[in-house]
Design a binder for this molecule. Structure first.
Ligand code: HEC
Length: 109
């Protein structure tokens, strides 16, 4: 009988750990990045990343264009901005920026 409360506690802790892990994981996952892309980036880069002449953005579905910048450069541009692109340092976490840089690679056809 005396072991029961202990067991309950352990289960509760395990459940909490799982919930916290899943919550943290969802922030870094692609679905989150895809959402951010649509709400914050598509206005200039297009929903599929094809670019918009009016915004002077390049076609990220092209392998040649994708080869023009490294992941590090993409992260730096999203973090600090690059005229006319705004900086997202105060709006997105480092993990969200990293996930976006990875998401951009998936736009390549
Ligand atoms: C106000 C318009 C605008 C918005 C909003 C914008 N960008 Fe850009 N972005 C540009 C322009 C212009 C360039 C330079 C031309 C190009 O590479 O397409 C650029 C370049 C980039 C590059 C290339 C980096 C490099 O070093 O060459 C990446 C990656 C990028 N943007 C990602 C994003 C992401 C992610 C978002 C949303 C969080 C975003 N951009 C929002 C206009 C914008």
């Amino acid at each position: 009988m005396s072991a029961k409360p202990m067991k309950k506690h352990t289960l509760l802790r395990a459940a909490l750990t799982i919930i916290i892990t899943l919550t943290l994981a969802s922030f870094a996952c692609g679905a989150e990045a895809a959402d951010t892309w649509k709400t914050k980036c598509a206005v200039c880069h297009g929903p599929e990343g094809k670019g918009k002449p009016a915004a002077h953005t390049q076609d990220y579905t092209s392998a040649d264009v994708q080869a023009k910048f490294t992941d590090e450069e993409a992260i730096k541009t999203i973090t600090d901005g690059k005229k006319p692109m705004p900086s997202y340092k105060d709006k997105l976490s480092a993990d969200e920026i990293k996930a976006l840089a990875a998401y951009i690679r998936t736009l390549k056809k």
